[in-house]
Design a protein around this ligand. Structure first.
Ligand code: GLY
Ligand code: MN
Ligand code: MN
Length: 435
C-alpha cells in the first residue's frame, strides 16, 4: 500500500474528528506460553491508518479547526533488543518512511502527550480496548485536570472506532487488490485439498494442506482457525478440533481462508471425501447452492443485510419443505422460525482487514446501512442436520453443508471475488477426481 493512501486516510479521519486528539496504539505482544509469544499481528485500525508493522508504537492525530498534525511514536533502535527480536525501524528511518509530521521515540510519549493534551478538550481512543498506553494517556488527562495553571484538558473521551469503522466500510482499490490476492492463494488451497482428499485421511492432514499452501505462497497466515469437519462434525459451526479421520461416503466441510498483507479471505466449500456426491448429499448441496446464487444475485447498492438474511431464510425454508426436513405451511414455519434449527447463523458479514470486519450494520439513527459500491461481505448459507435428528428423513441425517464466497458491491450490482473456486457439484467432482 502506498504512503499517500495512508496519509489520505489520516486526513479523512481528522476531518471526521472535527476537533481533538486521537491516539491509536499498536497491538501488544501476546504471550502463548512461558517465554514464547503468539505470532505478532498488528491492530487493524492502527495498520489501516499508517501501515506500520511494529509493536509498542502509537499514532496520534491532533486536529484543530483548520489544520491537523500527525505524530508517530516508535521504538528506538536498540542493538541488544534487536539481536533477540529483530530489526526495528527506529525514529530516523521512520521519519524518512512515513508521511507524518513528527516522529518520536515511544520512550518520550508521556512527556509529549502531556504537552499535546493540555491544549484540547476531546480525546479519541479505542474506548473499549484495554491497552497500557491508553491507561497512561487517561492518567495524563486526569493529572492535567488536577494541575494548577492548566486551562484545558480532555474531559470528553470518544470512541475512535466509531470513525474508523465508518471509513473501513468502503474499501479502496488497493484494499480490493489485496483481498483478491488473498483469494487467489485460498483458491489454490481449496483446489489442492479437493485433489488430495481421500477416505481415511485425518482432518488435520487436510488442514495442513491448506496452511502449507498459504505460507508457501506468501500469505501472512490463515485469517481464522481452519475448520475441517468431516460428516456430522460439520454440524458444529465452529468445529476446529480437526482430529477425526474422514470417512468414505461422508462430506467434508472446509471453512478456510488466508490473510495476505493483513487482508482476509473467508471461503467455505463442502465436498465428498471420496470425490462423488451421493444422491441425498447432492440434493441438499444443490439446494444450498441455488440459495447462495440467488442471494448473491440480489446484492446491489441499496440492499441491506437484513433483507439478504430474510431472502436466504425464505429460500432455505422452501428447500427444507421440499426435502421433507420441515413439514407444514411455509409462512407459518417462517413465522415460527422453524428453519433456524437447520440454518442458525447469519447469511454473511463484512470482511476486510478482519475476517469479521467490526463494522456497523446500522447507522447512528438505528437505520440499517444500505449497501454501497466498495463494501465487501461474505455470503454463506448452509444447512446442518445432526445425525441424531429423527425428525428428518434418514438419508439426510449427519449432513452439514455451507457454501461461502466473498462479494464486492459494485455500482452495477456485485462481483463475486471468489467465483473461480470450484463450486457446482460437477466442478467439485472434477477437482476431487483430478480431471
Ligand atoms: N470463518 C468464519 C465465518 O465464516 O464467519
Ligand atoms: Mn468462513
Ligand atoms: Mn464467514
Amino acid at each position: 500500500m502506498n504512503e499517500e493512501n495512508y496519509a489520505r486516510r489520516r486526513q479523512k479521519l481528522a476531518v471526521l474528528m472535527k476537533e481533538g486528539v486521537s491516539v491509536i496504539a499498536a497491538a501488544s505482544q501476546k504471550i502463548r506460553s512461558n517465554d514464547t509469544e503468539h505470532p505478532y499481528r498488528q491492530n487493524s485500525d492502527f495498520y489501516y491508518l499508517c501501515g506500520f508493522e511494529e509493536d509498542n508504537a502509537l499514532l496520534c492525530i491532533v486536529k484543530e479547526a483548520q489544520k491537523s498534525k500527525t505524530i508517530l511514536f516508535v521504538q528506538s533502535k536498540n542493538e541488544e533488543m534487536e539481536l533477540w527480536s529483530g530489526v526495528r525501524l527506529g525514529v530516523e528511518a521512520a521519519k524518512e518512511h512515513f508521511q507524518v509530521d513528527e516522529v518520536y521515540s515511544i520512550d518520550v510519549f508521556e512527556v509529549q502527550m502531556k504537552e499535546i493534551l493540555k491544549e484540547h478538550n476531546t480525546l479519541f481512543l479505542e474506548l473499549f480496548r484495554e491497552d497500557e498506553h491508553y491507561t497512561k494517556v487517561k492518567q495524563i488527562a486526569a493529572d492535567l485536570m488536577h494541575s494548577r495553571g492548566v486551562k484545558r484538558s480532555p474531559r470528553e473521551f470518544k470512541d475512535i472506532t466509531v470513525l474508523t469503522q465508518q471509513m473501513r466500510l468502503l474499501k479502496d482499490d488497493e484494499e480490493i487488490v489485496l483481498i483478491k490476492k488473498a483469494l487467489a492463494i485460498t483458491k489454490e488451497a481449496h483446489h489442492q485439498a479437493m485433489a488430495q482428499c481421500e477416505a481415511n485421511m485425518m482432518e488435520y492432514a487436510l488442514q495442513a494442506e491448506y496452511e502449507y499452501h498459504f505460507l508457501k505462497n506468501g500469505a501472512d497466515s490463515e485469517s481464522y482457525t481452519t475448520i475441517v469437519a468431516g460428516g456430522n462434525s460439520a454440524n458444529t459451526l465452529h468445529y476446529i478440533k480437526n482430529d477425526q479421520s474422514l470417512k468414505d461416503g461422508d462430506l467434508v466441510l472446509i471453512d478456510a481462508g488466508c490473510e495476505f498483507q493483513m487482508y482476509a479471505s473467508d471461503i467455505t466449500r463442502t465436498f465428498p471425501v471420496n470425490g462423488r456426491f451421493t444422491k441425498p448429499q447432492k440434493e441438499l448441496y444443490e439446494m444450498v447452492l441455488a440459495v447462495q446464487l440467488k442471494v448473491i444475485e440480489a446484492i446491489a447498492p441499496g440492499m441491506t443485510k437484513n433483507r439478504l438474511q430474510e431472502l436466504a431464510e425464505t429460500l432455505l425454508c422452501e428447500g427444507m419443505i421440499l426435502f421433507g426436513i420441515l413439514h407444514g405451511e411455509k409462512t407459518k414455519l417462517i413465522e415460527e422460525k422453524a428453519h433456524k434449527k437447520y440454518f442458525p447463523h447469519g447469511i454473511g458479514h463484512w470482511m476486510g482487514l478482519d475476517v469479521h470486519d467490526p463494522l456497523p450494520y446500522v447507522d447512528d439513527r438505528g437505520d440499517e446501512i444500505t449497501f454501497q459500491p466498495g463494501m465487501v461481505l461474505t455470503v454463506e448459507p448452509g444447512i446442518y442436520i445432526r445425525k441424531d435428528d429423527l425428525n428428518v428423513p434418514q438419508e439426510y441425517r449427519g449432513i452439514g453443508i455451507r457454501i461461502e464466497d466473498n462479494i464486492l458491491v459494485t455500482a452495477e450490482g456485485c462481483t463475486n471475488l471468489s467465483k473461480d473456486i470450484a463450486k457446482t457439484a460437477s466442478e467439485i467432482e472434477a477437482r476431487c477426481n483430478n480431471y
